[in-house]
Design a protein around this ligand. Structure first.
Ligand code: B12
Length: 220
């Protein structure tokens, strides 16, 4: 069942969407719930596009509207926490050919709130640059955001190059974005896949905690 917010977002009713979000935030509603309802709206906009009920113009409008919603929710997400020290490093990228960035930006925000040092390389990123940045930064994690099927092969190629360069062993690779599945993870040889940014954050947190324990026991 869709909420009113989801429905208004699908109908691209900008004023009603923004008014409801503002009102609900004032009333103290959970920003994560508002986020989930908005994300659902975006999925359904995508369905309409697939079914040729909507065209590129509507996709663009939905993207802008979602960004505006996130601008309202963002500060509330971080209100209760902001950690001091960084606990791990992660590189994020949307690879060459793909300019979708709404999901990646949300993930970056959530990771920063948990104390990760985030190196966001942006969208349409050259695969060679990603390999170079891994060499330079030596992150704990590399996260690919992928919304187009054409990105699978370039992501796979980056991972193969990292393997060949001996940089893969200590690096955990995540892939996420609305069109990804466990099969995509296996195909590109990543370690983790999700369509939920919070799950990605949890995965990183658990591995970082495990690393700290191993270190404390004299390992690594
Ligand atoms: C908005 C949108 C656009 C906007 C993007 C605006 C922007 N700045 O990002 C614009 C208008 C630019 C656009 C363009 C196009 N789009 Co578009 N777009 C969408 C739409 C409707 C929503 C995507 C979105 O932002 N969702 C909301 C976010 C929050 O969700 P999310 O990305 O999944 O992210 C969440 C999780 O997945 C996760 N996550 C995301 N990344 C990562 C990474 C990691 C590491 C982790 C752990 C988690 C994680 O965190 C987020 C929060 O939980 C989707 C439909 C859909 N079902 O996804 C189509 C969709 C992705 N687009 C599609 C297409 C075809 C296009 C175009 C080719 C259209 C065209 N003819 O030009 C172009 C491509 C341009 C390009 N070269 O990239 C197709 C892709 C089909 C495919 N299988 O390849 C889709 C699926 C629509 C459809 N059903 O056909 N699009």
């Amino acid at each position: 069942m869709s909420s009113q917010l989801t429905k208004n977002l699908i109908e691209l009713e900008r004023d009603q969407v923004l008014a409801e979000v503002k009102e609900r935030l004032i009333q103290g509603d959970d920003p994560m719930r508002i986020f989930e309802e908005s994300k659902k709206g975006m999925e359904l906009v995508g369905e309409k596009y697939k079914n040729k009920e909507y065209f590129l113009a509507e996709l663009m409008l939905s993207g802008d509207l979602f960004r505006e919603v996130m601008e309202l929710i963002g500060p509330k997400l971080g209100a209760e926490k902001t950690k001091g020290d960084t606990i791990g490093k992660i590189i994020l990228a949307t690879i060459q050919g793909d300019i979708h960035d709404l999901g990646k930006n949300i993930l970056a925000t959530l990771l920063k709130l948990e104390g990760f040092e985030v190196y966001d390389l942006g969208v349409d990123v050259n695969p060679d640059l990603i390999v170079e940045k891994v060499k330079e930064i030596r992150p704990d994690f590399l996260g690919f955001s992928s919304l187009l099927t054409v990105t699978f092969d370039p992501m796979k190629k980056v991972i193969e190059e990292l393997e060949e360069a001996g940089l893969r062993d200590k690096l955990k690779i995540l892939v996420g974005g609305g069109i990804t599945t466990p099969l995509v993870k296996d195909y590109i040889r990543a370690d983790f896949q999700t369509v939920d940014a919070m799950e990605g954050v949890q995965y990183c947190l658990e591995l970082i905690k495990a690393k700290v324990v191993i270190k404390a026991r004299g390992g690594l």
